[in-house]
Design a protein around this ligand. Sequence first.
Ligand code: CTP
Ligand code: MG
Length: 224
Amino acid sequence: MTAIVLAAGKGERLGLNTPKQFIKINGKEMVKIAVERMFKLNPRIIILTTPKDYVERTRKLFEGVNSIKIIEGGKTRAESVLKALELVNEDDEVVLIHDGARPFFPVDKTLRCVRAAEEIGAATLAVPVKDTIAISSDNKIASFPDRSKLWALQTPQCFKAALIKKAHELLKKDNFLPTDDTSLILRYNLSEVKIVEGEHYNIKVTYPVDLAFASVIMEELVNE
Ligand code: CTP
Ligand code: MG
């Protein structure tokens, strides 16, 4: 398995000067927490994308660590994925794609996600939606989807390498800005995508309040 950890974003919604993945949670950079956890899955290699100005700093952060390749990411999340995929040669292995801003993904359930991708081609961690979701029109509620069918997708997401490479190849000629990778698999009709139920503590640090949640999660919830 090859793992791609995405850490080339700017963290604009968090609103700090430093990209969020380099912010420390209880003393450790978020990206470091995520990568150390990823090594528990025994990947062949971890490909880590960072912003251009952070490549050197990130190399220092992982000095002496084997099986990690640190590269400059792209302008969008999808471009960062594409750049990482260009370094994946094996077509029959599983590629796992993960947001570096989700440091607390559950290792056991991620293993299930990898197995599901081996079996059917693609899989994602997800949790049942806890809020009532409405579809709006002109800032008024237009309709309600049936909550029992709604899932909030997380990462890791896992794919057969050939499938995800094909998906990103097709995206090059498509005017679409995906926020994850399973959406491409369905958009181009490449495979079914299995849902593996994850954990609510696998948050993506996005807004300032998430830093407080992250600190508590690290201290009290995650014991793997
Ligand atoms: N990411 C990336 N390359 C980009 C944009 C995003 O590798 N060009 C990564 C981010 O570092 C993050 C993950 O993709 O780990 C999910 O993206 P998101 O949560 O949107 O992070 P940011 O884009 O950094 O945040 P924002 O959208 O608030 O600016
Ligand atoms: Mg973003």
